[in-house]
Design a protein around this ligand. Structure first.
Ligand code: SF4
Length: 457
């Protein structure tokens, strides 16, 4: 009963966040950087920041996350971290030999005003970046935005590596947004099924969900290579999955290299996956193959078979904007009612989109961007729900209020599976439905009286 002191009465709060529904920018930048092949993320700040970011990603992915730090002490904190970063670049290339160092800033280096671009130019002039190796950077001050903003900023830096030769390479850039490595794998599988040659970036599949082979590799096989990133300027188009995570990079490629972009929702659930498959189909100029149609049919079948258990169930959601928008659309499509929705990431567009998606629902929706989980808990106390979907931190609310709970989003610190089993696409939709049904039906089995306790659904 950890949250037993959360009061039911809601008081207006402007300057106080309790139990945030987000984490800090550099975590997103570090996750995105891990999707570059042979990349060592580098945290330009103090050791504490880097340790926190690494440990959060390690606990979510159950994999050791390697990252370096500029290790600011008092001197760097006062006079700036240029000397530390140049020394770090020299050490990292000498000792660990990555292909790429992806530097992100922290609150401290941003407050000092360190200029990553200028420091990188100086490192190049000083001969600290070996031939054929790369240093890229993203500004990620954590006092604005969230981990989603940091992810988006690093993805934009990846897009900025693009070069335009003038000859189209026939490929489509797909920017998946902050999804799991398993989801990135699934997006590549779907594109291959439809017959589209894609460049996926970032791509953490094979990096954070690789097999245990008994051999240590500092840099796993997976990740988007620098050659691939450079070729994104010659692509025939870009599909950006998610306004918050991916659109900035796609629009930059569009305006700078005239690679036309389309911003779609993340392909969670039936309709969003339909739109993604349709965009791939148009890009390839093909009809949707039978195998994809078959997978779609299976999802529709489960939606219809189990409809009675979904119907009018109230849901509370917490997570990141791009994920929540697609999830809300999916839940509404199966006649569930997402009534309380919170993201810690700012953006009024989020609230507007959620209100549009839930306009025909029989219940009023509570939605807040830049909100927190304390508010979500208060909403639940005032208007209880049948299910909570969100990250690991929701389990305190779920236990206190005795509500079934599905773990989905970031971070998931106390379960596994998200690295290996996708929730995007039609197959991912099946998995989402299975998880939701498991939670609802387990509760029904627990609470049903003897006379209604059924063996068969
Ligand atoms: S100081 Fe800033 S960058 Fe470092 S952990 Fe805290 S919020 Fe994140």
């Amino acid at each position: 009963m950890l949250l037993r002191h959360t009061p039911k009465e809601i008081t207006e709060r402007d300057a106080l966040v309790i139990n945030p529904a987000k984490t800090c920018q550099p975590i997103g930048a570090m996750y995105a950087a891990l999707g570059i092949h042979g990349c060592l993320p580098h945290s330009h700040g103090s050791q504490g920041c880097c340790a926190y970011h690494r440990s959060t990603l390690t606990r979510h992915y159950k994999e050791p996350i390697s990252a370096a730090t500029s290790s600011f002490t008092e001197g760097a904190s006062v006079f700036g971290g240029q000397a530390n970063l140049i020394q770090a670049i020299n050490n990292i290339f000498s000792v660990y030999e990555p292909e790429v160092i992806a530097v992100h800033t922290t609150c401290l280096s941003e407050t000092i005003g360190d200029d990553l671009k200028q420091i990188t130019i100086k490192a190049t002039k000083d001969g600290k970046i070996p031939e054929g190796k790369h240093v890229i950077g993203a500004s990620t001050p954590s006092y604005v935005g969230s981990h989603v903003t940091g992810f988006s900023n690093m993805v934009k830096s990846m897009a900025m590596q693009a070069e335009k030769t003038g000859t189209k390479n026939g490929k489509v850039n797909v920017i998946p947004g902050w999804v799991e490595p398993s989801d990135m794998e699934e997006i590549k599988r779907l594109a291959a099924l439809v017959g589209v040659d894609i460049t996926l970036f970032p791509d953490t599949s094979g990096v954070l969900n690789g097999p245990l082979s008994g051999e240590y590799h500092m840099f796993p096989e997976g990740g988007t290579t620098m050659t691939e990133l450079k070729s994104t300027g010659d692509a025939v188009g870009t599909l950006a999955l998610g306004e918050w995570c991916s659109a900035d990079a796609a629009r930059w490629l569009d305006s700078t290299h005239k690679v036309p972009c389309k911003v779609l929702d993340m392909p969670f659930g039936l309709s969003a996956t339909d739109r993604f498959i349709d965009a791939l189909r148009i890009a390839a100029g093909v009809t949707v193959p039978d195998e994809v149609a078959h997978e779609r049919g299976q999802l529709v079948d489960m939606m219809s078979d189990m409809h009675q258990y979904f119907y009018n169930k109230k849901v509370a959601l917490v997570g990141d904007p791009d994920q929540l928008i697609a999830m809300t659309e999916f839940l509404v499509s199966i006649d569930m009612c997402p009534v309380h929705i919170v993201t810690g990431t700012p953006g009024k567009k989020f609230e507007k989109r959620i209100r549009e998606l839930t306009a025909d629902m029989p219940f009023e929706v509570n939605v807040k961007a830049a909100g927190d989980m304390f508010l979500l808990h208060q909403w639940i106390k005032n208007d209880p729900v049948d299910l909570i979907i969100g990250n690991t931190y929701c389990k305190y609310i779920a236990r206190d209020e005795d509500i079934p709970f599905v773990r989905w989003g970031f971070p998931i610190l106390d379960r596994v599976g998200h690295q290996y089993f996708p929730t995007v696409g039609y197959k991912g939709g099946l998995r989402l439905l299975e998880k939701i049904l498991m939670a609802l039906l387990d509760r029904k089995d627990r609470d049903d009286p003897e006379e209604t306790f059924e063996l068969v659904l």
